[in-house]
Design a protein around this ligand. Structure first.
Ligand code: ADP
Ligand code: MG
Length: 571
């Protein structure tokens, strides 16, 4: 076939395919335009999940009579003038193609009146045809109506999900922007029913309460971190409030909702050891940085950005979240210290993979510590009852029965015991009988990299011949435990869900050692040992999970027992 330039309508439809995938994409573009026009009231109305009608009205600056035809012209924009401007974008749009694209795949009507104009004008385009303009009476601002989306691209229509799903996506977009712009009043009506509103009073927690319910919204922990040219604020859930997927991790850069897997991972890393495997936190983080330090022109729907200094941003975000999570936990009784300083951080600061720039952060000086919600994580006082299968300790709490996995619980206890010590004052205990550790050449190579860290953590390990080491002392908190054996854990098989990092942080090393040192399932414990274990677990920060994220206990509430025995409602 010969090469030919495509007719403009075909080219437009191809371009539209990139920007407009589904009704929610239209809603996104129209909301962005309203926000760029400085509106503080935006109303969105949809019929048939946006397939029949999407209408977005705003009270922004409007479009003048002369400029109306340009608005639907491809690559016509009021927002940038040159390529250079791409590096100082403060608006949400800048490519000048959304309206042109939408106009090529729907019946598009724009009604607008800028404040200085007495009458409004209405422009209509259908499937990319020549626009028609007429004068009409109109309030100040702009209303864009998109009817019969994809009427001329039936293939696209076929790919849409159920109406319920498409409506949810629309609602997702509206709420994303309502949170990004809490000073703007949003109203969403779907199928003639009000489905979401925000008051525009600037209170993000209030909007979250609309989405999650008051109870969950109140549990969210505030994040607030600022450095010269960088700021991250928002909310994260305490470890007791989670979901089974990452869908409630919301990230924003300069008021733009974005997807960024690496950044999400950085956030999840901040929860390391706090969440059970397969559970994800609820996160809303609003990152603000110099427009010149982020490229927003890398994705067709602007859903991704590229940071010039990604490593630094991730480090800062992770640190900010971790800080908020740890300062939000009142340590045992909160009366002793106004703000609990997490031992985690003390250790992290020295660690070989320490978070960049963390020392200059001032998030710790927040005065709000007293009003932070407490974690649901904590467990009540437990009364020891017995043990099953030499593995599970049975206990009673004020609200039912607890089955505690002795191995996982002991791992958690050892781990926190270790982290609680100030790094400078870790005390060692000399072994009466130094023990020898013989390793394979590969293990030895790996072990060599850990020795200095282990020695800093209270071990005393010296080379003792080829691939052999002598363990002379172990941290005092491990007394009574075969610490030398536990050291092996640093070079032995990695669990399935553990990444075998060549350079392990102290915390990871400690977690591995604790796993090895902890009592095993099936190992018989005296009633006194079991009671002591329960007591220590009660004092833990995160008693419900082991450092690797698995549950330490199962709680059978009285309510659950009643339901199971058919007592609920019965007399
Ligand atoms: P972009 O937003 O990238 O500039 P669009 O195709 O979305 O491109 O819009 C084209 C132009 O139309 C905008 O630059 C703006 O000048 C104008 N415009 C669109 N929507 C509105 C609105 N709701 N209020 C005022 N002006 C608008
Ligand atoms: Mg736009």
């Amino acid at each position: 076939m010969a090469i030919q330039i495509l007719p403009p309508d075909v080219a437009s439809q191809i371009a539209a395919g990139e920007v407009v995938e589904r009704p929610a994409s239209v809603v996104k573009e129209l909301i962005e335009n309203a926000l760029d026009a400085g509106a503080n009231q935006i109303a969105i109305r949809c019929l048939s999940a946006g397939k029949k009608l999407i209408e977005v009205s705003d009270n922004g600056e409007g479009i003048s009579r002369e400029e109306l035809p340009l608005a639907v012209h491809r690559h016509a924009t009021s927002k940038i003038r040159s390529a250079h401007d791409l590096w100082r974008i403060r608006t949400l749009g800048f490519r000048g193609e959304a309206l042109a694209s939408i106009g090529s795949i729907s019946r598009l009507t724009i009604t607008s009146r800028p404040p200085q104009q007495e009458v409004g004008y209405r422009l209509q385009v259908e499937g990319g045809a020549e626009p028609q303009i007429e004068a009409v009476g109109a309030p100040q601002g702009t209303t864009v109506s998109v009817e019969d989306l994809f009427f001329n691209v039936p293939a696209r229509r076929k790919f849409l999900k159920s109406d319920v799903t498409e409506r949810q996506r629309i609602e997702g977009i509206v709420t994303d922007y309502a949170l990004a712009f809490p000073q703007v009043q949003f109203q969403l009506t779907q199928e003639n029913r009000l489905s979401f509103t925000s008051s525009g009073n600037g209170e993000r927690r209030e909007i979250l309460a609309n989405l999650l319910g008051v109870e969950e919204a109140n549990q969210l922990i505030e994040v607030w971190f600022e450095e010269s040219d960088f700021r991250v604020v928002g909310f994260v859930s305490p470890p007791g409030l989670t979901r089974s997927n990452r869908r409630e991790i919301h990230l924003y850069v300069n008021h733009r909702p974005i997807q960024d897997n690496l950044l999400s991972s950085a956030v999840l890393q901040a929860y390391h050891t706090l969440l059970m495997v397969g559970r994800y936190p609820l996160v809303w983080l609003f990152i603000e940085l110099d427009a010149g330090k982020v490229d927003v022109n890398v994705h067709p729907t602007k859903a991704e950005v590229r940071f010039l200094d990604a490593g630094r941003i991730f480090g800062q975000v992770q640190h900010a979240v971790r800080r908020s999570l740890t300062t939000a936990v009142p340590f045992a009784s909160s009366s002793t210290l106004p703000v609990w300083q997490p031992p985690f951080d003390q250790i992290q600061r020295q660690s070989i993979e320490s978070v960049p720039n963390s020392s200059t952060a001032h998030a710790s000086s927040q005065p709000q510590a007293t009003e932070f919600p407490t974690f649901e994580q904590k467990i009540p006082l437990l009364r020891w009852i017995g043990q099953v299968a030499n593995t599970y300790v049975i206990a009673e709490g004020p609200d039912g029965l607890y089955l505690v996995d002795q191995h996982a619980a002991h791992e958690r206890v050892l781990f926190e015991r270790f982290l609680r010590q100030a790094p400078m004052s870790i005390s060692s205990q000399k072994l009466l009988q130094p023990s020898l550790l013989s390793l394979t050449p590969t293990q030895a190579q790996q072990f060599e990299q850990q020795i200095s860290i282990l020695n800093r953590l209270g071990f005393e390990i010296v080379p003792f011949g080829v691939n052999t080491y002598q363990v002379r002392a172990i941290p005092a908190i491990f007394s009574g435990i075969d610490g030398a054996l536990a050291v092996r854990a640093t070079v032995e098989d990695f669990e399935e869900d553990e990444e075998p990092l060549r350079r392990e942080t102290e915390k990871r090393l400690i977690a591995r050692i604790c796993k090895r040192a902890a009592v095993k399932a099936g190992q018989s414990l005296s009633p006194e040992e079991q009671k002591a274990l329960l007591q220590e677990l009660e004092t833990c920060q995160s008693p419900r999970t082991c450092p690797h994220g698995r549950p330490t206990m199962i709680h059978l509430s009285v309510a659950l027992l009643e339901r199971q025995f058919g007592r609920r409602g019965a007399i």
